[in-house]
Design a protein around this ligand. Structure first.
Ligand SMILES: [Zn+2]
Length: 123
């Protein structure tokens, strides 16, 4: 298997509904995003996917979230904008966008800060 990884980031505010603690109050993060895709084979060029394309697809996926109040952005109007839910939403969005490529999304990791992250993947 081949595995490719890119990282990017976005800035946004959120507040967790029903959470008893600091994160219930409005606050922001510089979220760091790591996307890993994998493939059993390379294309005719000898690559899995162009890094620029993977970065563009990821940037496109997170653009509605950047500089937003996440609680106002669907689906976080309905589900909590936790790192876990953000990771799954980015995973699902990128997977749809990469549908016609020869690679699949392995995992998406979302860091709230340097020492805390959540990862979504499907077994
Ligand atoms: Zn937070």
């Amino acid at each position: 298997m081949y595995e490719l990884m890119i990282e990017t980031s976005f800035s946004a505010a959120h507040q967790l509904r029903g959470y008893k603690g600091k994160c219930e109050s409005l606050h922001g993060h510089n979220w760091r995003i790591q996307v890993i895709v994998s493939s059993e084979r390379l294309n005719d060029t000898g690559i899995v996917i162009d890094f620029h394309e993977l970065k563009a697809v990821t940037k496109d996926a997170i653009s509605p979230l950047d500089h937003s109040f996440l609680n106002d952005v669907f689906p976080f109007t309905e589900i909590n904008p936790s790192s876990e839910n953000i990771a799954k939403w980015i995973y699902d969005t990128i997977r749809k966008k990469l549908y016609e490529n020869n690679c699949t999304v392995s995992s998406v990791t979302v860091w709230e800060n340097d020492t805390a992250s959540a990862t979504y993947y499907e077994a």
